[in-house]
Every structure is written in C-alpha cells, then in structure tokens.
Design a protein around this ligand. Structure first.
Ligand SMILES: Nc1nc2c(ncn2[C@@H]2O[C@H](COP(=O)(O)OP(=O)(O)OP(=O)(O)O)[C@@H](O)[C@H]2O)c(=O)[nH]1
Ligand SMILES: [Mg+2]
Length: 396
C-alpha cells in the first residue's frame, strides 16, 4: 500500500460515512447534460457558457453602488477565466484529480520556495523572499507573516532544505485549516433541514446543490430542491435536469417569479412531505447587486415566517479560481445573509487554492466541502492535512 493510501481511504470513507463503501467508486458515465449543458436553451440569448464562469462583479465593487438601469446586461460580464479546464474525457480518480488541479497551486508555491534555497543557511533575505512567495500564492499577508516568523524563530541561521521548509509550512497551514475542516451537519430532527445556497454567478451553486443532493440521497435521506434562481433564463431547467439526475423533486416556478415566494412554497411542501433536506438555489446575479442582496435577505425573511430558525445552513459557494476576490465575496454576502459555511469549488483547476488558507485564517467559517470537478460525484470533504501537504507538494 502506498504512503497515501490510508489517508485517501480515511478521507473518502468519512465523507461517505453512511451508506456507501469506503472505496473509490467508478465514475458513472458523464451525462450529456454535464458536458454540453443543453439545459441552457437560452444560450442564444445568453452568450455565457457555463464551463467558463464569468468574472463576478461583487468582488471588485462595493455592494451599495448606484442601481443600474433595468436594462443592464444581466450576464454580460463574461470575461473568461482561463484556468478552468474542460473535463477530461477519461476521468481520473478524484484524489489524483484534486492533486492535479491543486498541482497548479502547488507549483506556484513550491517552485518559488525551492528557487530560494541556493544558500544553505536561513537568513533574513530568504525569509523575506519566502514571505513574498507565500503572498504570491494567495495565502495572504497575515498567514505568510505568521508562517515565516515561526520558521525564523525555529531555524534562523541553521541549515535548511526546501523540503524541510515546505514540511514546516504544511504543518502550520494544516493547523490553520483544521478548525474549519468541518462537514455540514444535517439535523435529522428537522424536517426539513433548510440549506440556502448563495454566491456570485458562475461560482458553482447549482452544481454544488446537485452534488449535495446526490450525496444526501446516497445516505438515504429524502431531498427536495427549490429552484430559487428565478432570474436567469434556463436556471430553472438546469436545476430540474440535475434534480432528475439525482432523483430528487424540484420545486420551481417560471422565470421571473418571486424567488422568496417560491422558497416559501418549497418549504411548505418539504414540511408536508417530511423531507429531510431542502436545498434552495439562488440567483448569482440580478439587475444589480443591491437587488441581489435584497432578494437574498427577502428569501431569509420569508422562510423564517414558516420556520424562525431557517435557513439552518447558509452555504456561500466560492470559486477557487477567483483567488483573492473570494475575500470580498465573503464580506459582501455576510452583510446580507446568515452565511455560516463555505463550499470552495473548482479546486481541480485552480492555481489559487492557497486562498483557502487565507479565508480560513480570516473568517474562520467552516469549509464544509470542496468541488473537484463538474460531475455529480465531484464533491469532497475538506481535509486539512491532505490539503496543506498537497499545496506544499508533499505526499498526503
Ligand atoms: N472544474 C469544475 N467546474 C465546476 C465545479 N463546480 C461547478 N463547476 C462549473 O462551473 C460552471 C458554473 O456552475 P453553476 O453551478 O452553474 O454556477 P452557479 O453559481 O449556479 O451560476 P449562476 O446560476 O449563474 O449563478 C459550470 O460549468 C459548472 O460545471 C468544480 O468543482 N470544478
Ligand atoms: Mg445557478
């Protein structure tokens, strides 16, 4: 057995703790919909392609900007993100895919660290350069300073190799990540446990909902989806296709309907049917940011009329490829929604995975799962040590 095998099984087994065996299951044939997204019949009207997420606007601007005219293009800011690659035809195991994806982040970090070790003794210049390398790798100024300070205290003037430095950093990073590596706890007493899923457009909300639905179904729970993105044409259809695929009902209304009203009705129905989990999808973009935030706040207000404690979980979905912009997204969404956990997607194709460390240090919000691909099975628990070691190019 390889060195990584026990870790791999433990990781997977914990995620699949109920119902499925702790071995890697073969990936089912990709359904056509995942590859070509035919659920987007409005593609002609909406030039956005899902595989290339649009640059979000929340990241760079404050929420309270002057409202844009109603005619503002809704899905127009489609600056292409080059880092998300098309899914490979031949699917690899999820762990190796995460490694491959994370390898882009790893490469950035490890190459710069390794490049610094031409000198043998750890001096101040090298420490400064290490700090820069960590900042460049999206770990953030605070984490970089903390890691380098600790290294300096322990090893200043001593002979060190780059492997030793990476191992020391990996340990410290794992320590930062450990408290946030917490799976989403579904309260079985609640019927339903309401999960509100929010995030900027293209971050992976709808896909994550499908993955969660599939996961909970696999655990033997009943699941219902609410198609709360009533704004984007084809969003309802997209969720319905995922719902069919996961074998769960989808409560929906035509595009343009009131999202809060839809969420209310879905909760009523989920209660009547004693459903275990209700996952509410939301729009990633409305006419402007203020509208979006108001809509989210309204959804929360309205469902609380039925259940004052709902939503029981509010997941903010962040696209790892957006790097430092993720900070602004957390800040923004926190002002309008009871964000209590994160899902970080697209770690299979991002060179900016280090941002997760900065987010953990800054916000201390649980990272309940990570997205490592576009398929329905490509959701994994966030495992602190494996992630930290992976980032530093070390075996798990
Ligand atoms: N590689 C990769 N792609 C992902 C992942 N999660 C989502 N995607 C892709 O990202 C694109 C956007 O995903 P959606 O789930 O539609 O995003 P959304 O947040 O619902 O977007 P809006 O409905 O516009 O707000 C799709 O092409 C997905 O297949 C992931 O973990 N890895
Ligand atoms: Mg969506």
């Amino acid at each position: 057995m390889s060195e990584t095998e026990p870790q791999k099984k433990g990781w997977f087994a914990r995620f699949r703790s109920r119902g499925t065996p702790a071995v890697e299951t073969p990936k089912p044939a990709e359904p056509e919909v995942e590859k070509t997204e035919p659920v987007e019949p409005a593609v002609a009207a909406e030039p956005e392609t899902r595989a290339v997420p649009p640059q979000n606007e929340l990241a760079s601007e404050p929420v309270q900007t002057a409202p844009q005219p109603e005619t503002a293009p809704v899905e127009a800011v489609a600056e292409k993100e080059p880092e998300v690659e098309k899914p490979e035809v031949e699917k690899k195991g999820w762990l190796s895919r995460l490694r491959d994806g994370l390898a882009k982040s790893t490469k950035r970090v490890t190459e710069s660290i390794t490049g610094l070790f031409t000198k043998k003794k750890l001096d101040q210049e090298t420490l400064n350069e290490l700090e820069d390398a960590l900042i460049q790798a999206d770990l953030g100024v605070t984490v970089a300073a903390r890691l380098v300070e600790k290294l300096g205290k322990e090893r200043f003037g001593k002979e060190v190799t780059d492997e030793e430095v990476r191992a020391a950093f990996a340990d410290d990073i794992a320590e930062i990540l450990q408290p946030v590596a917490v799976p989403l706890a579904i309260d079985a007493v609640r019927k339903p446990h309401v999960v509100l899923v929010i995030g900027v457009n293209g971050s992976g909300k709808t896909t994550t909902i499908a993955k969660l639905a599939n996961l909970y179904r696999g655990e033997g729970r009943s699941v219902m989806l609410a198609a709360g993105d009533t704004f984007r044409a084809a969003a309802v259809e997209q969720l319905k296709v995922w719902g069919d695929r996961a074998g769960v009902p989808v409560v929906s209304k035509p595009t343009g309907a009131d999202a809060a009203g839809l969420a209310y009705e879905a909760l009523e129905r989920a209660r009547a049917e004693k459903t275990d989990v209700l996952l509410i999808d939301t729009a990633g973009r409305l006419h402007n940011k203020t509208n979006l935030m108001e809509e989210l706040a309204k959804i929360v207000r309205v469902i609380r009329k039925l259940d004052p404690e709902a939503p029981h979980s509010c997941l903010l979905v962040l696209d790892a490829t957006t790097g430092q912009n993720a900070h602004a997204q957390v800040e923004t969404f926190k002002t309008m929604s009871p964000v209590d956990a994160l899902v970080v997607t697209k770690l299979d194709g991002s060179a900016k995975g280090g941002v997760l460390v900065a987010l953990a240090e800054k916000f201390k919000l649980p990272v309940v799962a990570i997205g490592v691909g576009e398929g329905i099975d490509d959701l994994r628990p966030f495992e602190a040590r494996a992630f930290a070691r992976g980032l530093m190019g070390l075996p798990a």
